[in-house]
Design a binder for this molecule. Structure first.
Ligand code: SF4
Ligand code: SF4
Length: 412
């Protein structure tokens, strides 16, 4: 199939299928990131970067000084990455499994030829975990972890990365799992990564404390936003870790991007980002911009973190209107209520990637392990799960599970 045919096929498919999945508003960013950003080319320029004073913070004991805004998985267009670099951002966050490795390949192309000390790359390696216990499976080995990471270096076209993390851990036992810690330590000693850490979406306080306990991990990438029901505990753990010299990177700062699935009520992105970065123990944040317009909004936050009265009000808006939102706190209380003990937090994250960030590739990557095990909602006459954030869990699962019928190449 030619590129043109593939594009036409994808358009047709999305028109017929995804319009139902995520509404008409979903299609444009998936279909035409280049077209969408074309009118704004040059919005972030090197000249602009030299004139503007951006806030930088030091990433804990790594000593890496970086702008308080970083670029992550939600940006999928090389045009945005190049513009971000030219505008003064320096830290890229990726993972071996984003888009089946395509995200790393794209970043490798973007940084090719640039001075190695002009950018900082974080990547992550996922290894199979028991979805119920959060423990690594017994067949996970140091050699297996290293072998997956070697693939990352090849795709990035680099001899080393700056930060390497074990991806999406949720338990102390996983953070301290000896084979993975051994692999990370070995790779650091060999100079294949300068620093090592973890990323966490679920059970953040326990994981962040375990990072400190490990003594050898340098960085944690954690969810952090104004909608977290367990915010006090997350903040306390972040404070303890920062005091111990751990570099703290925040993600999910936009709390799902929209208050509603229909995307009629966006969360005030600048306000949400300012709120997160007002905590000085957050050294940098990955706000998840997907367009040049959003990127420039986020970059403007780096010049002035003060929340205006209007922005403060906006952060209350969705709660006042009674929206459930797209952000799942990952509290995990649903898992034991589910007749099949499914990884509902993971499925809800996938739902947020699809409807909030319009990133169907990441949505499918996230839900892939659950799809492999099988979605069992059809066998339940009624759903006994009561979500702490008020989601109709069964509806959302059945909705997002349809991604399993979408070929990967349509989502790239
Ligand atoms: S779906 Fe609801 S109960 Fe389950 S983890 Fe998310 S917020 Fe908690
Ligand atoms: S309907 Fe789905 S989420 Fe609800 S109990 Fe059954 S399998 Fe679990």
């Amino acid at each position: 199939m030619s590129d043109r045919d593939m594009k036409t096929g994808r358009r047709e498919f999305l028109r017929m299928g995804i319009a139902g999945l995520a509404g008409a508003a979903l299609a444009p960013s998936i279909l035409s990131a280049g077209e969408e950003t074309g009118t704004e080319k040059g919005a972030g320029t090197a000249e602009g970067a030299t004139e503007r004073k951006f806030i930088h913070r030091t990433l804990g004991r790594t000593g890496l000084s970086m702008p308080i805004v970083s670029i992550g998985a939600q940006a999928q267009d090389p045009v945005i990455f190049k513009a971000a670099l030219d505008a003064g951002l320096t830290h890229f966050d990726t993972a071996e499994n984003y888009g089946g490795g395509r995200h790393e390949t794209m970043i490798g192309e973007v940084v090719k030829g640039r001075p190695r000390d002009s950018f900082v790359i974080t990547t992550k390696v996922y290894q199979p975990m028991d979805q119920k216990t959060g423990h690594f499976r017994s067949n996970v080995t140091a050699d297996g972890f290293i072998s997956v990471f070697e693939g990352s270096l090849q795709r990035l076209g680099l001899d080393y990365v700056d930060i390497l993390e074990m991806h999406a851990v949720s338990r102390r036992e996983a953070v301290l799992f000896e084979p993975v810690l051994t692999a990370l330590d070995k790779l650091k000693k060999e100079g294949k990564t300068r620093f090592i850490g973890v990323s966490v979406h679920t059970n953040e306080p326990e994981v962040i404390d375990a990072v400190v306990e490990s003594k050898i991990l340098d960085v944690v990438l954690t969810s952090y936003n104004f909608r977290q029901p367990h915010l006090a505990e997350v903040q306390a753990a972040i404070d303890r870790a920062a005091k111990a010299g751990i570099g703290i990177v925040a993600m999910k700062t936009q709390a799902g991007v929209y208050w509603d699935r229909e995307r009629k009520n966006p969360i005030n992105m600048k306000a949400a980002l300012k709120w997160a970065l007002s905590n000085e123990n957050i050294h940098t944040a990955i706000p998840g911009f997907t367009t040049l317009e959003q990127m420039n909004d986020d970059i403007s936050v780096m010049e002035d973190l003060a929340l205006t009265p209007g922005e403060r009000k906006d952060l209350q808006l969705g709660m006042l209107k009674g929206f459930e939102g797209l952000y799942c706190s990952q509290c995990g209380r649903c898992v034991d209520q589910c007749a099949r003990h499914m990884d509902i937090p993971g499925i809800m994250r996938s739902y947020m990637y699809a409807y909030g960030y319009r990133n169907l590739a990441q949505a499918k990557d996230t839900i892939r392990p659950v799809l492999a095990e099988g979605i069992g909602c059809g066998e339940c006459e009624t759903c006994g799960v009561r979500c702490t954030m008020g989601f109709n869990v069964k509806d959302r699962i059945c909705d997002i599970a349809r991604l399993g019928q979408v070929p990967d190449e349509f989502l790239a």
